[in-house]
Design a protein around this ligand. Sequence first.
Ligand SMILES: C[S@@+](CC[C@H](N)C(=O)[O-])C[C@H]1O[C@@H](n2cnc3c(N)ncnc32)[C@H](O)[C@@H]1O
Length: 296
Amino acid sequence: MSADRSWTVLELLRWTEQHFSAQGIENARLDAEVLLAHALGTPRLQLYVDFEKPIAQPERAVFRELVVRRARDRVPVSQLLGSREFWSLELSVTADVLSPRPETETLVEGALARLPDRDAAYRILDLGTGSGAIALALAGERPAAHVTATDISPKALQIARLNADKLLLSDRLRFLEGDLFGACPGEQFDLVVSNPPYVAERDRAELPPELVHEPEVALFGGDDGYAVVSRLVAEVSSALSPGGVFGVEVGHDQTERIAKECGEAGLEQIETLRDLARRPRVVMARKPGGQQETHL
Ligand SMILES: C[S@@+](CC[C@H](N)C(=O)[O-])C[C@H]1O[C@@H](n2cnc3c(N)ncnc32)[C@H](O)[C@@H]1O
């Protein structure tokens, strides 16, 4: 990207797309567009209207820096922008939290389908809340619910609190620090959800380079990936009210084992949900007893 010639929006996009592709970046064109729009301070679609517009040198310098950090350092776009959209909520993200992923919306959908009364005062627990993505999405969709969001990482909780404040949801959210259910001992909930760390340490070498920018504690679940999630499943029953719902996101090759472990933990109505790419990603289950919803 030479500094001593003039560049139009379209030329810059083409150059950057090619550069990103050559570096093995998957969504090269999309990343180029999102970063250029950010550098120019315009909505992404405005770029299409402005294709022939020349870009001023100061904005090009900002863009160039973003391109270098994306291509050379493999910093995820969400961290370059400082935000990520999840469930139509604009969430702040930093290197202290996992950038929420679209597949996690499958867990939110599955949970909402099992808590169908929009106005009920459900008690909800999101374990390992990170940016607060799941907790905030659920709080937004169930305006009378009380949501507890926990994390073992105090830095993650700071970001989650910030997001709750920005979205004006703080009054119905409680943030607690601790190891799994140790954050809220003895409490019971109508819904427990979690997207715990489930990547196997032994797969570390094959992971996309972007993941080095995300917190290890958010990613790795011990050597085989099950260290946190299996403990979570084994302990969840005592944190559920009778008839309470449990939902957990795991890797696409982990749902079978986790569904089996849910059965061993005494849960029933065990189902596996698929993400948009049709991969099995979420296991939902229910604690026996209580007044169960029959809408499913
Ligand atoms: C995969 S990230 C999920 C973040 C967020 N819920 C989301 O879906 O985008 C896992 C989160 O669990 C937290 N975590 C890891 N081990 C934990 C533990 N033993 N107890 C509580 N939280 C834990 C991490 O700090 C991280 O924020």
